[in-house]
Design a protein around this ligand. Structure first.
Ligand code: SF4
Length: 290
């Protein structure tokens, strides 16, 4: 089984994240730039519905909406089976290399995870399957979120459960001003509300910022917007946000949105220069993934 699973993963790359290759409804594995290894993903939106529409979104057929009710029994069986497949790669005797070890179990997929009616119940499934397999210490649960719903009464307790069990949050921040956010994420978000939600998320779980920097009729953040971004993070830290760092991404995967032909990756040096700027202003560690 482990040989088949490794073969499937070797056919993938960090530039290729199709959920369909797993053959399952909710669970899939990808090679992840973020973890530097395998991320076992939980997709609560097989209907490809999200409350945002980011110009770089790699979900084909993305639609505006919420996730469907989740078959929690099926989710549990799929997660068990995927971790069983990978169990050889995480055992001490296997030498295929660190990139094939499971780095995390991530709520991610084809829509905003917290926009699922069963997000909290799915977190419980993740916690209990991981515990049954004895992976509490080795494999953290991660929520990859656009952050827009983390202050909802149904979401907050689930974040606290994650935080209480070593979970982490990756909070999307591609820009700060309403205009720049509108262009990148097709949503209206007042910076003060985003800051309040960031504070809330980071109180519940160790939180990393995830930011995409690309060219789209010019850089997605111009000089002024980059200053705003640094100031926003600085203020968030001063206001008590417990931030662990920033993951700064370049465009590596194919967008499936209408803007795709206009998007370009920025030179790696530009990402590194922005990373240095962020670090100077905030003291945060910045990891660059061109
Ligand atoms: S938040 Fe994620 S799933 Fe939703 S549109 Fe943006 S990139 Fe796609």
């Amino acid at each position: 089984m482990i040989r088949w699973w490794l073969g499937t993963l070797m056919a993938l790359s960090t530039k290729d994240h199709p959920r369909e290759r797993s053959g399952w409804t909710y669970v899939y594995s990808v090679l992840s730039r973020r973890t530097g290894g395998v991320s076992v993903g939980i997709n609560l939106h097989p209907n490809k519905a999200c409350n945002w529409r980011c110009v770089y979104c790699q979900v084909p057929g993305l639609q505006l909406g919420v996730g469907p009710a989740i078959d929690l029994g099926l989710l549990e069986r799929e997660l068990e089976a995927e971790l069983e497949r990978s169990s050889g790669a995480n055992s001490p005797g296997v030498t295929e290399g660190p990139t094939l070890r499971v780095g995390d179990i991530a709520f991610s997929g084809d829509g905003e995870p917290t926009n699922s009616p069963d997000f909290a119940a799915a977190v419980e499934v993740g916690l209990s399957v991981r515990a049954r397999r004895g992976l509490e210490q080795a494999v953290p649960l991660v929520l990859i979120t656009n952050g827009s719903l983390v202050d909802r009464p149904k979401v907050r307790p689930a974040l606290e459960r994650l935080g209480g069990h070593g979970g982490r949050v990756w909070f999307k921040l591609d820009a700060v001003s309403e205009a720049a956010v509108g262009r990148m994420n097709s949503t209206r978000q007042a910076p003060e509300r985003v800051q309040a939600r960031l504070l809330e998320a980071s109180r519940a779980c160790p939180t990393w910022i995830q930011t995409m920097l690309l060219a789209f009729d010019g850089p997605s953040m111009d000089e002024r917007e980059r200053e705003r971004y640094c100031e926003f993070l600085h203020q968030s830290l001063s206001g008590g946000a417990q931030l662990r760092g920033v993951h700064l991404y370049g465009l590596a995967r194919q967008s499936h949105q209408p803007e795709a032909p206009q998007l370009r990756a920025l030179p790696s040096e530009e990402l590194h220069a922005f990373a240095r700027q962020i670090h100077r202003h905030t003291g945060l560690e910045v990891q660059v993934h061109p």
